[in-house]
Write a new protein. Structure first.
Length: 115
């Protein structure tokens, strides 16, 4: 089982990034997929969740209206489009796959928002 995040990097405030998380080793479509982030010295926090069919999503209040989570079940991939980025969005971003008591995590990708 693997979840591999990509797309992180350094971006200026107000900029955009799109993160991807490619899943392998399990049947992707039934899993609830989420993005979490962890900033230095802070606890990991939930950013966004998308349910298996992709019609239902949830967002943390801090990113609502700026971030969009989506999934392509044919490509075993979940995305996080991040717009209007702020310095406080700086963190390592992780994807998580969850189904019942089973969950898998990726290794994370660094996002740094700085001028």
């Amino acid at each position: 089982v693997q979840l591999v995040e990509s797309g992180g990097g350094l971006v200026q405030p107000g900029g955009s990034l799109r993160l991807s998380c490619l899943a392998s080793g399990f049947t992707f479509s039934p899993y609830v997929m989420s993005w979490y982030r962890q900033a230095p010295g802070k606890e990991r926090e939930l950013v966004a969740t998308i349910y298996s069919a992709g019609w239902s999503t949830n967002y943390a209040d801090t990113v609502k209206g700026r971030f969009t989570i989506s999934r392509d079940n044919a490509k075993n991939t979940v995305y996080l489009q991040m717009n209007s980025l702020k310095p406080e969005d700086t963190a390592v971003y992780y994807c998580k796959a969850e189904r019942g008591s089973i969950d898998y995590w990726g290794q994370g990708t660094q996002v740094t928002v700085s001028s």
